[in-house]
Structures are given as C-alpha cells and as structure tokens.
Design a protein around this ligand. Structure first.
Ligand SMILES: Nc1nc2c(ncn2[C@@H]2O[C@H](COP(=O)(O)OP(=O)(O)OP(=O)(O)O)[C@@H](O)[C@H]2O)c(=O)[nH]1
Length: 490
C-alpha cells in the first residue's frame, strides 16, 4: 500500500484511540492522550524525513529545519507526558515544555526567513537567524519574568495563552508571507505545508488553551493531535498545491523587504514589554533590532549598487558593440549613419556647413586574392587605425566603416574645399603605410580613392542625395585611374 493511502488510516486510528481515552477519562487520561500525540509527532517526523530525502537539493534545508522544529514539538509533548505521569505541580525536568514550544516556533520562523537564493544570503540568513533566536529567547524570558513559578492562577494562564497565541500567529503569518512570495513550485509546496500546519497549530492551541480554562473535560486534548495529523497527511501527498499561482515581482520583493522589518519589529515589541522588569536586556535587544535591520539593509543596498554598476558597464559595452566595428575600431555602418543623421539635422536646421566623403581601397579584391583574407583583414585594420588617428587631428571629422573596404567620412562645420584637403591628407596617410599590393599599379602598395560632396540646400533635398553625390564622385575617381580624389559638382 502507498504511503499516501496508509498514513490517513494510521492517523485516524490514533485519533480514535485518543477520543476513546479522553471520552472515558480514566485516571491517566492525560498521560495516555499526550503519549498518543507523541506517537503522532513521531510518525509525522518520519514522513518529514522522507520528504526531505526526496526533495531537490536547494529545498532540502527547508525540510530539515521543519524536521528539527517537529523534534522540538515532540520533545515538548514528551515532557508534558512525563509531567502527567509523575503528577507533580511543576515540571519533571529542568527545561519545561514551553522552552521546546519556543524552539519549535523559532525554527519555523528561521525556515520562513531562510533564503538560499539571495546573493548575500549567507549574511542575511545569519542576521535573520540571530533576530529569530533573540525573539524566541525574549519570548521565553518574558514568560518566566511575567509569570511567577507558582503562578497557576486563571489570570496567569490567560496571559500564557495570549502569549502563545501571539507567537503562533506570528509564525503562521510569516509562513504565509513566504508562501505568497514563492516562485518555484517545490518551494511553494514546502511553504504551503508549513503555513497550513502553522495556522492549524495556532488555532488548535488557542482553542485548547481557552477550553481547558472553561471546562473540566479532557476533550480539548484532542486539539493537540489535529495539527500533526493534518501535517502528516499533507507530507504524504505528492501533489503540488497552488499550481496556477505565480507571485508578481512586486509581491516577491515586498516580502523580501518585510521579513527583516517584521523580525526587528517583533523583537522591539517584546523588548518594550520586558522593559519595566529587565531594562538592560530590553535595551540591548532594541539596539540589536535596530543594528540588525540597518546592517541587513546596508548589505542589500551595497549589493544592489554593485549590480547596478555591473549593469551600467555591460550596457555601455553592449552599446559600443552595437555601434562599433570590431575589425577597425571605427564606427560601424549603424554608428556612422546615426552620426550622419544628427549632423544632417544640424546642417538643415542651423545652416551649418556639412561635407561627406566616401573612401575605398583600390583593387582590394586582388589584395585578398593574392595575400589571403586574413592579410586583407590586417590591411583593413591598419587603414582603419590610420584614418581614425588622422581624423583626430581635425575638429568635426568623424570616420566610420561603411561596409567592406569602404569608409565614410563626415565633416561638420567644414567647407567643401577644406573637406577635400583633409581627405587628401588622409589618403596620403593610407598610401604612406606602404602596405605591399602587387596588383595595384603603378604604386604596388595599398592606395585609396575617395569622392567628396558638400551639402547644398537647393541641390541635396535629403541625406541620400548627398551620399549619392559622394559615391558618384568616388566612382569618377576610380574611373579616372584610382588613387585620387573626385569632387562632386559644386
Ligand atoms: N579581408 C576582408 N575582405 C573584405 C572584407 N569586406 C569586404 N572585403 C572584400 O573587399 C573586396 C571588395 O572588392 P570590390 O568591391 O570588387 O572592389 P575592389 O576589388 O576593391 O575594386 P575597386 O574598388 O574597383 O578598386 C571583396 O573581395 C570583398 O570580399 C573584410 O572584412 N575583410
């Protein structure tokens, strides 16, 4: 028989046995009832252990923390059973059951605040753990300070049950918050189980504590058995709960910010209650709450700032790769086109002088065919560097690789005559590289031809016409024998 089939039956049997015990109310009803609850927690523990073994690695710590919380619960009920067995007024051993209930709640808070995915997780988890442990410690301390050891009065019992209500509701609210912010299905499964158990535990414990104040019956003892039984049944199921639920980014981020705030607030609240009786400890705890909250925020802010910096660098290098030619380091076609459009707008709107030139390496196909494509790349790279350095010497000149072995030059605020002079100087620099090119007669070294055109309002109605004029001038230079400058009609 499968686990999910036999578990509800065993829990039902144990519950039936407990009902029989509390209804018949023999002399040792309390002891037997607690022993049955211990048995239920024992079975639930086994199911939780099995679940932790089956879970994916990154989720395993959650199940292990829950396992420890259940161990603490089991220990608390075992102590209650031992207490019922000896029938003493106080407790049997030095540590009373309240301590174990506190430890169990602390561990569930730790599970709900544990965040393995965050990049600064090691430190934030440590801070959250310290806060949760301080809350549990203060809570336990408060129980003993506010409640004298002999205090079994109805007022003291009411105080005790209110304190436990507060603690249980805090755990349940915390687990629900994490459930709402769980993106992964396996994490959501854990927090569904934890939140269901925490709410049920809070309701049953609250109801039990009030009912035993109001009646002499043992029947409220049944309420102790409901949370472990329901938890065990949930643990034995394999199905994923809230399958269709996907938290928004806002919910996830809000929860992440609320967790440290809620922990610090709870610690401060408990410290304020403790302030009149233990002022030093209370002040230390308030200070701890403030420092821990501040340190956690500082950690996260520092992390976000460094992520933002990395993003900025990445964005810049991405932008560069979009507008820069890898081989020559010049602006690529997209980059030079963008610069050209901006310059064109300025020329049209503000009447600034504008000239463009197309430059093309002569017989570059023959160069590639003779020396190979890699040598061709080296040649393009050397020509590109020469044009880039040469352009630096003249204000308002931008050079880009327009495509293949063709370069586009942009002269802003430069008259046609002057633009021609600069192109000639740049062509001379290319020739000055003295790169061997046997197929390029008569120089037998790499040379370039160019065509220049200046913007004229009446003649060039759009950018394409200006580029076409420069291209035609280049064509004329090629046709006239290459290694020269062609000028568009002015
Ligand atoms: N090595 C290399 N060659 C390229 C690159 N881009 C284009 N080319 C080559 O450049 C050559 C251009 O040849 P053509 O357009 O026929 O012009 P050309 O041989 O220079 O002749 P003219 O322009 O008339 O002087 C082609 O062989 C292309 O393969 C590149 O990035 N690297």
């Amino acid at each position: 028989m499968k686990t999910q089939q036999w578990t509800p039956r065993i829990y039902a049997l144990l519950l039936a046995a407990q009902l029989w015990v509390v209804a018949l109310a023999p002399a040792d009803a309390l002891l037997r009832s607690y022993l049955l609850v211990v048995a239920m927690y024992g079975l639930t523990l086994c199911l939780c252990w099995q679940r932790s073994r089956l879970s994916v690695t990154h989720n395993r710590p959650f199940w292990r923390i829950l396992l420890l919380a259940l161990c603490a619960k089991l220990a608390a009920y075992a102590l209650l059973a031992a207490d019922a067995w000896v029938h003493t007024d106080g407790t049997l051993v030095a540590v009373d059951p309240a301590f174990h209930f506190c430890v169990s709640a602390l561990l569930m808070v730790v599970a709900a605040s544990y965040n393995p995915g965050s990049p600064v997780a090691r430190w934030t988890n440590l801070i959250d753990g310290i806060l949760a442990a301080s809350i549990a410690w203060l809570f336990y301390d408060l129980l003993h300070v506010q409640l004298p050891p002999s205090g079994q009065s109805p007022a003291a019992a009411l105080f005790l049950s209110r304190m436990f209500d507060g603690m249980d509701l805090f755990v349940a609210a915390f687990a629900t918050l994490r459930l709402l912010a769980s993106r992964r299905a396996d994490e959501r499964r854990f927090f569904f189980v934890l939140a269901s158990y925490a709410w049920l535990d809070a309701l049953c414990a609250g109801a039990h504590n009030r009912l035993i104040l109001a009646s002499e019956s043992y029947l409220p003892e049944l309420l102790h058995a409901v949370p472990p039984a329901v938890l065990g049944v949930l643990l034995s199921r394999r199905r994923a709960w809230l399958r269709g639920y996907r938290p928004s980014r806002l919910t996830v981020n809000l929860t992440a910010s609320i967790v440290p705030f809620a922990l610090s607030l709870a610690l401060t609240g408990l410290a304020l209650v403790l302030l009149p009786s233990e002022p030093v400890l209370a002040r230390v705890m308030i200070l701890l709450a403030v420092v821990a909250y501040g340190a956690r925020n500082a950690l996260l802010t520092a992390h976000h700032l460094s992520v933002e910096d990395e993003r900025r660098v990445l964005r810049r290098s991405l932008q560069q790769s979009v507008f820069q030619d890898e081989l020559t380091g010049l602006a690529n076609r997209r980059g030079i086109q963008r610069a050209l459009e901006r310059a064109w707008e300025r020329a049209v709107e503000q009447g600034e002088a504008l000239a463009v030139a197309m430059m093309d390496i002569d017989h570059f196909k023959a160069f590639n065919d003779t020396y190979g494509h890699l040598a061709g790349d080296d040649c393009l790279s050397a020509v590109g560097a020469t044009l880039r350095n040469g352009a630096l010497a003249h204000a308002g000149v931008t050079v880009g690789r327009y495509g293949g072995e063709e370069f586009l030059m942009l002269f802003e605020g430069t008259a046609a005559e002057r633009a021609g002079e600069i192109v000639e100087a740049l062509r001379a620099r290319v020739g000055g590289l003295q790169i061997l090119h046997a197929g390029n007669h008569p120089s037998r070294t790499v040379t370039a031809s160019a065509g220049v055109a200046a913007f004229q309002r009446g003649r060039h109605r759009d950018l394409e016409r200006l580029l076409k004029a420069a291209d035609e001038a280049l064509y004329e230079a090629k046709a006239a024998g290459r290694n020269r400058l062609g000028r568009a009609e002015g």
